[in-house]
Design a protein around this ligand. Structure first.
Ligand SMILES: [Zn+2]
Length: 132
Protein backbone atom coordinates (compact mmCIF):
# COMPACT_ATOMS: atom_id res chain seq x y z
CA UNK A 1 0.00 0.00 0.00
CA UNK A 2 2.72 2.39 0.98
CA UNK A 3 4.50 1.51 -2.23
CA UNK A 4 1.44 2.28 -4.28
CA UNK A 5 0.89 5.60 -2.53
CA UNK A 6 4.52 6.35 -3.02
CA UNK A 7 4.15 5.63 -6.68
CA UNK A 8 1.05 7.81 -6.98
CA UNK A 9 2.80 10.63 -5.19
CA UNK A 10 5.66 10.34 -7.62
CA UNK A 11 3.37 10.38 -10.63
CA UNK A 12 1.60 13.43 -9.26
CA UNK A 13 4.89 15.17 -8.61
CA UNK A 14 6.02 14.41 -12.11
CA UNK A 15 2.81 15.86 -13.55
CA UNK A 16 3.35 18.98 -11.51
CA UNK A 17 6.92 19.27 -12.73
CA UNK A 18 5.72 18.95 -16.30
CA UNK A 19 3.12 21.64 -15.86
CA UNK A 20 5.75 23.87 -14.27
CA UNK A 21 8.06 23.26 -17.22
CA UNK A 22 5.42 24.69 -19.54
CA UNK A 23 4.60 23.89 -23.13
CA UNK A 24 7.22 23.68 -25.83
CA UNK A 25 5.55 26.33 -28.00
CA UNK A 26 5.52 28.77 -25.08
CA UNK A 27 9.04 28.09 -23.85
CA UNK A 28 10.65 27.65 -27.25
CA UNK A 29 8.40 29.33 -29.83
CA UNK A 30 11.01 29.06 -32.58
CA UNK A 31 11.46 25.32 -32.14
CA UNK A 32 9.39 22.97 -34.26
CA UNK A 33 10.73 19.81 -32.69
CA UNK A 34 13.41 18.23 -30.54
CA UNK A 35 14.69 14.68 -30.71
CA UNK A 36 16.76 13.26 -27.90
CA UNK A 37 18.68 10.06 -28.51
CA UNK A 38 19.99 8.43 -25.38
CA UNK A 39 22.13 5.42 -24.65
CA UNK A 40 21.88 4.29 -21.05
CA UNK A 41 24.87 2.73 -19.39
CA UNK A 42 24.87 0.88 -16.15
CA UNK A 43 28.02 1.44 -14.12
CA UNK A 44 30.93 1.13 -16.48
CA UNK A 45 30.59 2.63 -19.94
CA UNK A 46 30.37 -0.23 -22.36
CA UNK A 47 27.56 -2.03 -20.55
CA UNK A 48 24.64 -0.67 -22.49
CA UNK A 49 21.38 -0.96 -20.57
CA UNK A 50 19.12 0.39 -23.29
CA UNK A 51 18.75 2.92 -26.03
CA UNK A 52 15.94 5.36 -26.28
CA UNK A 53 14.73 8.13 -28.55
CA UNK A 54 12.30 10.74 -27.29
CA UNK A 55 10.50 13.26 -29.48
CA UNK A 56 9.24 16.65 -28.35
CA UNK A 57 6.64 18.64 -30.24
CA UNK A 58 5.39 22.22 -29.84
CA UNK A 59 2.16 20.97 -28.26
CA UNK A 60 3.99 18.90 -25.63
CA UNK A 61 5.61 19.80 -22.36
CA UNK A 62 9.11 21.24 -22.31
CA UNK A 63 10.11 18.71 -19.70
CA UNK A 64 13.56 17.27 -20.26
CA UNK A 65 14.17 15.47 -17.03
CA UNK A 66 14.90 11.89 -18.04
CA UNK A 67 14.30 9.10 -15.60
CA UNK A 68 17.17 6.91 -14.55
CA UNK A 69 16.55 3.33 -15.62
CA UNK A 70 18.83 1.75 -13.05
CA UNK A 71 17.03 -0.54 -10.67
CA UNK A 72 16.58 0.90 -7.20
CA UNK A 73 17.55 4.40 -8.20
CA UNK A 74 15.33 6.69 -6.16
CA UNK A 75 15.96 10.33 -6.90
CA UNK A 76 18.27 10.10 -9.82
CA UNK A 77 17.78 11.15 -13.37
CA UNK A 78 19.30 13.16 -16.14
CA UNK A 79 18.29 16.76 -16.57
CA UNK A 80 18.84 17.81 -20.17
CA UNK A 81 17.01 21.13 -19.75
CA UNK A 82 20.18 23.24 -19.32
CA UNK A 83 21.70 21.71 -22.46
CA UNK A 84 18.55 22.34 -24.49
CA UNK A 85 18.12 25.88 -23.20
CA UNK A 86 21.71 26.60 -24.19
CA UNK A 87 21.24 25.11 -27.65
CA UNK A 88 18.08 27.06 -28.42
CA UNK A 89 19.53 30.27 -27.05
CA UNK A 90 22.44 30.00 -29.47
CA UNK A 91 20.23 28.74 -32.30
CA UNK A 92 22.29 25.57 -32.62
CA UNK A 93 20.91 22.41 -34.13
CA UNK A 94 22.57 19.64 -32.22
CA UNK A 95 24.67 18.70 -29.25
CA UNK A 96 26.32 15.59 -27.92
CA UNK A 97 27.39 14.82 -24.42
CA UNK A 98 27.54 12.57 -21.45
CA UNK A 99 25.73 12.81 -18.12
CA UNK A 100 26.06 10.76 -14.94
CA UNK A 101 22.91 10.01 -12.97
CA UNK A 102 22.55 12.67 -10.33
CA UNK A 103 21.24 10.18 -7.77
CA UNK A 104 23.35 8.18 -5.34
CA UNK A 105 26.62 9.58 -6.63
CA UNK A 106 28.34 6.23 -7.04
CA UNK A 107 28.34 6.39 -10.79
CA UNK A 108 25.80 3.59 -11.05
CA UNK A 109 24.39 4.85 -14.32
CA UNK A 110 25.01 7.38 -17.04
CA UNK A 111 23.77 8.39 -20.45
CA UNK A 112 25.37 9.44 -23.66
CA UNK A 113 23.01 11.79 -25.49
CA UNK A 114 22.58 13.44 -28.80
CA UNK A 115 20.04 16.21 -29.15
CA UNK A 116 18.70 17.47 -32.46
CA UNK A 117 16.69 20.65 -32.58
CA UNK A 118 14.54 21.70 -35.54
CA UNK A 119 13.54 25.31 -35.88
CA UNK A 120 10.46 26.75 -37.49
CA UNK A 121 11.13 28.14 -40.92
CA UNK A 122 11.43 31.88 -41.06
CA UNK A 123 9.24 32.05 -44.16
CA UNK A 124 6.22 31.35 -41.99
CA UNK A 125 6.70 34.73 -40.34
CA UNK A 126 6.95 36.55 -43.66
CA UNK A 127 3.35 35.64 -44.33
CA UNK A 128 2.27 37.95 -41.52
CA UNK A 129 -0.16 40.59 -42.81
CA UNK A 130 2.09 43.51 -41.86
CA UNK A 131 1.97 45.04 -45.34
CA UNK A 132 -1.62 44.34 -46.19
ZN1 LIG B 1 20.23 6.57 -11.16
Amino acid sequence: MATRQNHLAKVEMMRENMRAAGLMRERFPKVSGIVIHMTYYQRAPGSVLMERTVNFYPSGYAYFNMRCMARGCEDGGFDLAPVIRGLVKKGQRSAKGYLPCRGAGDGHASIAYRIDVSYCRKSAHRLSPAHI
